[in-house]
Design a binder for this molecule. Structure first.
Ligand SMILES: C[S@@+](CC[C@H](N)C(=O)[O-])C[C@H]1O[C@@H](n2cnc3c(N)ncnc32)[C@H](O)[C@@H]1O
Length: 169
């Protein structure tokens, strides 16, 4: 398969995963956090699907398109593992996040480790029933209290975007 076809498949799966999360989460209250804002394409889709929710984004680079960038006070710029060392951040988000979107893939070796390091540091942010979407498949630690969701039949190219859910209560 060409890299273009592979990329298109992943983007279709990503869009379908966000749409699935919007259907499942409905009117549930809570914050949305995106790790990997990039140019803001997935941010713009999250903002459309969750119009009344606060969305906070993280990235080491500030390259978001002007039409799809979060307000400055909702955008944390820097290396994730350094930014996530700030305890005030954990106080701000603890138990309040209903959707965590990880889109950190670069095609390099850090794809193997960074997403799991990020979830290791932020699983305390998740509310009961929260959904986690990830471009990389995660090896789940018990302490994260997350279950993999079988999305076959619900997402096109379901093997290209990964959906997890924290059980209710
Ligand atoms: C695939 S792109 C994100 C695409 C974006 N969600 C979109 O739809 O436009 C991955 C992003 O993750 C960011 N990223 C990857 N590893 C990071 C790290 N360790 N710290 C901060 N940002 C990181 C990169 O800078 C890049 O912008």
């Amino acid at each position: 398969m060409s890299r273009l076809d592979s990329h298109i498949r992943q983007k279709i799966a990503q869009r379908d995963a966000i749409d699935l999360a919007a259907r499942r989460l409905g009117d549930r209250e809570g914050l949305i956090v995106e790790f990997g804002l990039g140019t803001g394409r997935s941010y713009s889709h999250l903002a459309e699907r969750f119009p009344s929710r606060e969305i906070f984004c993280f990235d080491r680079r500030d390259v978001a398109h002007p039409r799809s960038r979060p307000p400055a006070d909702h955008f944390y710029i820097g290396e994730l593992l350094a930014v996530l060392a700030d305890p005030t951040l954990h106080h701000r988000f603890a138990g309040r996040v209903m959707l965590l979107h990880l889109d950190l893939g670069s095609g390099g070796p850090e794809d193997e480790t960074v997403p799991e390091l990020v979830v290791e540091r932020t699983h305390g942010w998740l509310a009961p029933g929260a959904v986690v979407l990830s471009d990389q498949e995660l090896t789940l630690a018990t302490a994260w209290c997350l279950d993999a969701v079988d999305t076959r039949g619900q997402l096109q190219h379901a093997d290209r975007y990964h959906v997890y859910r924290r059980p209710e209560g």
